[in-house]
Structures are given as structure tokens and as C-alpha cells.
Design a protein around this ligand. Structure first.
Ligand SMILES: *Cc1c(COP(=O)(O)O)cnc(C)c1O
Ligand SMILES: [Zn+2]
Length: 570
């Protein structure tokens, strides 16, 4: 069990971390960071404990190698797909073209779902698992939706994903493939975020906190640690892809470049460089160059006007949907503060320049990127050409994402539910558009309630996951017989999935009790068992259950077809 604390950006109050919370308990401020007691002997101490750097030398290459500085209490809750430690590749040809020798590409396309959002998903979903959350709502311009859906699937957490209808269909299909609920909102991303928040509040479902929470920023910070280790390797002439740890001095680049939407990446990355600086692991902090699409560049415009608070863009006009955040809010304030303090800029890039840069990166260095990432390549070219970045400076460019289309025929045409915001003009007493609530109700039309009584958490999660990916069911779970009986007496399920061997009261006992209760007598039961039943046991269940499935050997399709047949009304 590890301890860390939350630090409020506004009043700097520290509180021990207990649950994912949204606001500072002291001042109510809505932006929290994580603080740690640094692994103290980070750099030098050797005895009695080996230093943290020595330990890192031996550790595997996922983001979790920086475990002491990540906001999760218990290792058992880690959900990992091998994210992190992406290659740091020198852009030889692009460098030759621009007369610049030290351009490095942090290849985040090589994450499990093809973007740097995998880091965020790994930590955010692990933290949800640790908090016992089983359903969550997230709004996304695309890649967060994909990453959270993949990691959510592994954790048995159902994701309600709100995306704008301008997100490319290929991306939405991939989300659907993972079994998430996809809600397409016909409006801007900022409207979509509001709808998602309303839906979460209405349904009492956990809402992912994005940049204002802890998980996401801490996830992005892992990039900075990797960059410092990898640049250390490169400076020493060693292979950048092997873990460095104590072998070679770590190094910060002169520049970190990234295309921004919400601004999470640079804020998190800078936090990491600052931590390393505090621990004495690096001797400088990088400057940051952030880029937005000119058709939706509230941060770039406001920064160049010298504004302390961003002017919003209400009608983004860009084909680069990944970057279409028009309302940056507090993220702008935080990012601007970092830029003024440590140097750097936020610039606007025309879509046409981004598409040209996309071809250059692919043709020169064999790197095919999505349009949002192409904005960074265009920004790199611009800053080198205008002399903002000097030839001797080391640049790390976040090669943030690559798209993998999912074939249309795999998920069919009906993989998303449409939600039209236009024309919903009237407002109710909470200032919400009238009709929105009804629209939100329609999204969650689950009527069938299924109870799972199962003491083995893996089996329970597997069954839950199979049901969740269908989307149609409300699921109640209990892990022993007595609690289970209480649960189904309270909320009568339409169907019970029952394990036979359980502590407290076993499955046979439950069946007997149900037959005595008029409310439960007719509830169909599917038994899932790990053992062969004796003839006596079979006789006992005979006529009282709908189906018997052998644990560890049933397919999800079998379970689903048994469920569909057993449910009333089918
Ligand atoms: C999310 C995303 C961005 C923008 O990142 P933020 O740090 O959240 O502003 C850029 N490129 C890609 C591919 C992304 O998925
Ligand atoms: Zn506070």
C-alpha cells in the first residue's frame, strides 16, 4: 500500500488521498495535483537500500516502472497493456531537410491503442478500479474514448463515451468494438462535455475528471521520465531503447513540442521535469512549444494577445477534430504560467500546413501520423524556419497518435446512438436545455436487471464484462450467498446468474429460498459451476433452473444466448 497526497493548485492545501475527488476539501478549488514523498535516495544513496535509480535499471519498460511516483495505492489494481517506454527516434531525414541534427520523435503511436492517451487510460482506469468504480462517463475528441474503452474492458468497467459526431467513423467503430456505449453528440466538443457531465450527474455515474483530476496529469508526466532516461542513453552513445536507470546521467531536452487540445500533455510533462529537477536528476527544464489548429486556437490567440484568461472559440472551424477544444478554461491559465516561467510558445497552425507536414513526415522519415500530430510537425518546421528553435538545441516532438481504422462490416452501421442538440432551445429551471434530460433518459434504456451471485472476483468480472458489452442490462453483484439473497429480495432481478459453491449460503440454498418467496419464485436462474454435479445434486436442481454452464469453458455467445432465452418476454 502506497501513500500520496493531493495538492490544491489554488490554496496549496495538502490532503491524504482517499478517493478520486473533484474539489479541494479546503477551498473548493477544482484543480488537484498529486504530491509524493520522493524516493529519497533518488540519486546517490547506496546503502542500506539500493538507490531508486539502481532499482529502475532492473525494472521493466512500462509507465509503471516509475511506480513510486504514480497515484495508485495498491499494485493489485494496475491495469496495464504494456503502455509507455515508446521509442525515441531521431528524425534523420527531416533533420537533414531542416538543417537540424537533434530532432527526436517520441513515438507515441506505438502505444497499445495507438496514441499517448494509453498512458492516461492505464492510470485513470487503474485508479477507478481501486476506487471500486464499475461504470464511468468520459467525453472525448476520439483517442481518449478508444484508450479508456480498451483499458475499461480489461478492468470490467463499463464506459459511456460521449463524442462529437465529427469524430471520424473509424475511431467511433473502434470504441464500439471494445463494447463501450457510444453517444454521438451533434454539437461542439465543449457542448459534448457538458452533456456528458449532465448525464453522469443524472445517473450518478462517475465522470472522468480529465486535466482537473490527478490521474491524467500523472500519466502524461511519465513521458518526461522516459525522455530524460532515453536522452541520457543517447548522450552517452548507448542504445536509447534499453532502460537507463543509474547507468547514464539523465538529460532534459531544450524543447518539448506537442499539439494541444485541452493542454493535458504539456502540463503533465512539465510536472515530471520539475520533479526530476527537484530530485537532482536533471539540471534544467525544457521550453515548451504547443500548437493548435488555427480554426480552433483559443490558447494560441489568447497567449499572443497577452490575456490571463482565454477567449473561447464557440465555432471551431477545423478538420482536425482531435484538437477541437474551444473552451480551455483553467488549463490555459496553468499552461500560460508554465510558458511565462520557463519559456516557450503556443502557436496556431493552418490545417493545410498540417496536411503538408503529414506527407513530409511520412515521406521523409517513414512516420505516418494522424492530422493532430501533423500539426506538431508543421509547428516544428515553422519554429526552426523562423529561428525560434536554434540549430544546437535538442528537440523532442510528441508523435502523439496514429489511426487504425476498424472495418465497417465488423461493427455494422448501428454502432452509435445519435443525439441532436440543435433545436433544443428552451431551458429548464437549472438552465439546461429542455428536452435534454429526456434525450439523456433515452440513452440509457436498460430495463432488464441481472443479478450475479459469484464469490470468485475473476469469474464475476468476466460475466459482468460479457453483459456490459451488450449494453442492455443493469447488473447487480454479490460475492456471497447471504448478501446475494438480501440483494435479490430488495431488487427483484429479471434473471439470476448463480454460482453453486459460495461461502455463507451455497447456490442450492439460494434456489431453495427463492422457491419459497413468491416474488422470486419465477425468476429464471442460470447456474454456472466449476464442478461436475453428482446425480443427487442434478436432481435437486432439476426443473428449477434454465441452464447449467461449466465455468472456464463457456463462450460469451453461449452465455448470451442462454440469457436471451431465459429472460422474460423472449
Ligand atoms: C489528445 C491528443 C492531443 C492533444 O493533447 P492534449 O495534451 O490533451 O491537449 C494531440 N494529439 C493526439 C493524437 C491526441 O490524441
Ligand atoms: Zn484549495
Amino acid at each position: 500500500m502506497r501513500n500520496f497526497y493531493t495538492v490544491c493548485r489554488h490554496c496549496h492545501a495538502k490532503h491524504p488521498f482517499e478517493q478520486p475527488i473533484l474539489t479541494c476539501p479546503t477551498c473548493g478549488g477544482g484543480w488537484l495535483d498529486a504530491g509524493y514523498d520522493y524516493p529519497y535516495d533518488a540519486k546517490t544513496a547506496v546503502s542500506p537500500q539500493p538507490s531508486w535509480l539502481n532499482k529502475l535499471t532492473e525494472r521493466g519498460t512500462t509507465i509503471w516502472r516509475y511506480r513510486e511516483l504514480l497515484p495508485l495505492r495498491d499494485d493489485d489494481h494496475i491495469i496495464s497493456l504494456g503502455e509507455g517506454w515508446t521509442p525515441l527516434i531521431r528524425a534523420h531525414n527531416l533533420g537533414l531537410m531542416l538543417g537540424h541534427n537533434n530532432i527526436y520523435i517520441k513515438d507515441e503511436r506505438q502505444g497499445p491503442t495507438g496514441s499517448f492517451k494509453d498512458r492516461q487510460a492505464s492510470i485513470a482506469i487503474s485508479a477507478m478500479k481501486e476506487a471500486g468504480i464499475k461504470e464511468a462517463v468520459v467525453a472525448s475528441t476520439g483517442n481518449v474514448a478508444i484508450a479508456y474503452s480498451a483499458y475499461g474492458a480489461r478492468a470490467g468497467i463499463k464506459m459511456w463515451v460521449f463524442v462529437t459526431s465529427s469524430v471520424p467513423a473509424d475511431k467511433m467503430r473502434e470504441v464500439a468494438l471494445y463494447g463501450s456505449e457510444v453517444i454521438k453528440v451533434a454539437g461542439t466538443y465543449d457542448q459534448c462535455k457538458k452533456v456528458a457531465a449532465d448525464f453522469a450527474a443524472n445517473k450518478g455515474i462517475f465522470l472522468d475528471q480529465g486535466i482537473k483530476g490527478i490521474a491524467a496529469k500523472e500519466a502524461m508526466k511519465t513521458m518526461s521520465y522516459e525522455i530524460a532516461e532515453q536522452l541520457g542513453n543517447i548522450a552517452a552513445g548507448a542504445d536509447p531503447s534499453t532502460p537507463n536507470g543509474h547507468r547514464h546521467p539523465w538529460q532534459a531536452p531544450d524543447w518539448y513540442l506537442q499539439a494541444v487540445s485541452g493542454g493535458l500533455g504539456p502540463v503533465g510533462v512539465m510536472k515530471g521535469f520539475k520533479e526530476m529537477h527537484d530530485m537532482g536528476l536533471i539540471d534544467k527544464l525544457p521550453k515548451m512549444a504547443c500548437f493548435q489548429s488555427a480554426g480552433c486556437a483559443p490558447m494560441a490567440t489568447s497567449f499572443h494577445k497577452g490575456l490571463a484568461i482565454a477567449e473561447n472559440v464557440d465555432d471551431p472551424i477545423t478538420d482536425i477534430t482531435t484538437l477541437a477544444t474551444g473552451v480551455p478554461g483553467e488549463a490555459y491559465v496553468a499552461l500560460r504560467e508554465l510558458l511565462l516561467q520557463h519559456g516557450g510558445t503556443i502557436d496556431a497552425i493552418e490545417d493545410t500546413d498540417a496536411f503538408k507536414a503529414m506527407q513530409i513526415a511520412a515521406r521523409m522519415d517513414g512516420i505516418s501520423v494522424e492530422p493532430a500530430t501533423a500539426v506538431t510537425f508543421a509547428g516544428l518546421i515553422k519554429l526552426i524556419r523562423e529561428g525560434t528553435i536554434q540549430p544546437h538545441e535538442t528537440i523532442v516532438l510528441n508523435c502523439s497518435g496514429h489511426t487504425f481504422p476498424v472495418e465497417k462490416h465488423i461493427v455494422g452501421e448501428q454502432y452509435a446512438r445519435d443525439m441532436i442538440l440543435e433545436g433544443i432551445a428552451e431551458h429548464d429551471s437549472h438552465g439546461r436545455p429542455e428536452g435534454l434530460l429526456t434525450a439523456l433518459e433515452d440513452i440509457d434504456d436498460r430495463v432488464q436487471r441481472i443479478a450475479i451471485l459469484e464469490d470468485n472476483p475473476d469469474a464475476s468480472r468476466l460475466i459482468r464484462r460479457i453483459l456490459q458489452a451488450q449494453g442492455e442490462f443493469l447488473i447487480d453483484e454479490a460475492n456471497n450467498g447471504l448478501d446475494g439473497l438480501k440483494m435479490i429480495k430488495q431488487d427483484t432481478p429479471n434473471l439470476l446468474i448463480l454460482d453453486l459453491m459460495m461461502p455463507g449460503m451455497d447456490g442450492f440454498g439460494i434456489v431453495k429460498e427463492m422457491k419459497k418467496d413468491p416474488k422470486l419464485r419465477d425468476v429464471p436462474i442460470i447456474v454456472i459451476t466449476a464442478k461436475e454435479l453428482s446425480p443427487f445434486e442434478q436432481a435437486e436442481l432439476n426443473g428449477k433452473i434454465k441452464a447449467l454452464l461449466q465455468k472456464g469453458s463457456f463462450l460469451d455467445s453461449e452465455l448470451l444466448s442462454d440469457i436471451k432465452q431465459a429472460l422474460p418476454g423472449s
